[in-house]
Design a protein around this ligand. Structure first.
Ligand SMILES: [Zn+2]
Length: 157
């Protein structure tokens, strides 16, 4: 499954076809899959800055279009206190591991699922991914973005 991640300016809330013709500083840019824009906009509004927001669906089975490893992930640039967003929806997790090879840290919120396509009506990988994204957007909508922003600033000091 091909995903198409592109440069997105979080400040202007638009995709940037060519970096040089967009004046915003580079900290506003993220690599974003089109379907992930809703999540990125919501996090950015809260003061959490995604760097990468992508999804993938890897066909795992011997039979085509039957068994998939689904991943939806958002790299949020720095570690935040989990108390700020609170408990994530089922299946979503924070990842703060240090990647030992280059000692760089992961700062990620991600969902990973082994998904089976049973061929029910209207069921497809794209629909399932869409469902997961909508679920996380709905979760973010239950958070008070001003309060999250204030908390993050407070914790920085
Ligand atoms: Zn911009």
């Amino acid at each position: 499954m091909e995903t198409n991640s592109r440069l997105y300016c979080m400040e202007c809330r638009q995709f940037v076809p060519v970096r040089d013709v967009h004046d915003c500083p580079s900290e506003y840019f993220a690599a974003v899959d089109r379907e992930m824009v809703g999540i990125v906009d919501r996090l950015y509004k809260m003061g959490i800055t995604p760097m990468i927001a992508v999804w993938s669906a890897i066909d795992m089975g011997d039979i085509k279009d039957c068994e998939y490893l689904l991943t939806v992930k958002v790299d949020i640039e720095r570690r935040i206190s989990e108390a700020v967003l609170g408990e994530l929806p089922s299946g979503w997790k924070y990842h703060w591991e240090t990647v030992t090879a280059d000692m760089s840290e992961l700062h990620m919120i991600a969902y990973v699922e082994h998904w089976y396509n049973f061929g029910f009506d209207g069921e497809s990988v794209e629909n399932r991914i869409g469902e997961l994204i909508k679920e996380f957007e709905a979760f973010l909508d239950t958070r008070d973005s001003e309060a999250v922003k204030a908390l993050l600033l407070l914790m920085e000091v």
